[in-house]
Design a protein around this ligand. Structure first.
Ligand code: CP
Length: 312
């Protein structure tokens, strides 16, 4: 049985199987209406979400199954051990997707689960987003991934970690344009750091203007992790970071004359990591990218259920 904690233990071939299945289901949705008939997915959330929740629930519905939203705060996950609650959960559903604060808690869920577990984003990784992002790049590059240069401009975090992992596997050129001293310490991962040091295709710079010159795709994400955005205890730190990050904003000045597509995993913070005008720029593919969350989840669910022997 396979889980998706990050993309580390997935081969390039396995990632392509998921992405190709997503493409196939997107083109022929009716062929897959009943593939997960009577299967249930538990969606466990410790943090807020729009896309991850909606896309997984819609994916299960459109594949003939059912999704159950489990709010950590109002469930007995707050009272009991993760292992006990997970053991129960995995006896009543056939797959678990969890969005947690801490990757180590996701690992506990994986250890206790009898069914596949999907990381719906934690402080270290966002693998479902990375699958969506590459699915989108496939669509906008005639599936010519190895010829693409993706430039991520912003803070090194869970999203940039997952992009580094998937680009390294699929041989997509990736440049992280990030200020060195704003990497989220809690997101630093030794394997990703090793890739950044050793891969000829994955590079890091502090100069966003130079980085975007030959970009096919320019990508940004929030500068402040979601759990801290409206947290009054982080107000001063948030303000300092927003000021420091302004040279990294994706805007028409940064991308003047650059023939690229602009990506953002959403939610968007207008006027911070991206200017309001840039979200409406003809180069922006942010909404088709967000739509692809649904299609990528379908490919992933199909693949994990098949690996678990639940479907033919
Ligand atoms: N990109 C993303 O994960 O969106 P949500 O936080 O809304 O799920």
């Amino acid at each position: 049985m396979r889980h998706l904690p990050s993309l580390k233990d997935f081969s390039a071939d396995e990632i392509k199987q998921i992405l190709n299945k997503a493409v196939e289901i997107k083109a022929n949705p009716a062929d897959y209406y009943n593939v997960l008939h009577r299967k249930s997915l538990a969606m466990l959330f410790q943090k807020t979400s729009t896309r991850t929740r909606v896309s997984f629930e819609a994916a299960m519905t459109e594949l003939g199954g059912h999704a159950i939203f489990v709010d950590w705060a109002t469930s007995n996950f707050v009272l009991s051990g993760i292992e006990h609650e997970t053991e129960y959960l995995s006896r009543n559903v056939s797959c678990i997707m969890a969005r947690l604060m801490h990757h180590e808690d996701l690992q506990k869920i994986i250890s206790a689960s009898r069914v596949p577990v999907i990381n719906g984003c934690d402080e270290m990784f966002h693998p479902c987003q990375a699958l969506t992002d590459v699915l989108t790049i496939m669509e906008y590059s005639d599936n010519n991934l190895e010829a693409q240069h993706l430039v991520y401009v912003g803070v090194q975090n869970n999203v940039s970690n997952s992009l580094a992992l998937i680009c390294d596997k699929l041989n997509i050129e990736l440049t992280l344009a990030t200020p060195e001293d704003t990497a989220n310490r809690e997101s630093l991962d030794t394997d990703v750091q090793h890739i950044l040091k050793t891969s000829s295709r994955i590079n890091q710079t502090t100069d966003p203007k130079a980085a975007v010159q030959n970009a096919n795709f320019v990508y940004t994400d929030t500068w402040i992790d979601m759990q801290y955005f409206n947290n009054p205890d982080h107000e001063a730190e948030n303000k300092a970071r927003l000021n420091m990050m302004m040279p990294y904003q994706i805007n028409t000045k940064l991308l003047a004359g650059i023939n690229c597509k602009v990506m953002h995993d959403m939610p968007i913070h207008d006027g911070f990591e991206i200017s309001a005008s840039m979200t409406k720029d003809p180069r922006a593919i942010i909404y088709p990218q967000s739509e692809n969350r649904l299609h990528a989840q379908k490919g992933l669910l199909w693949w994990l259920y098949q690996e678990a022997g639940e479907i033919a």
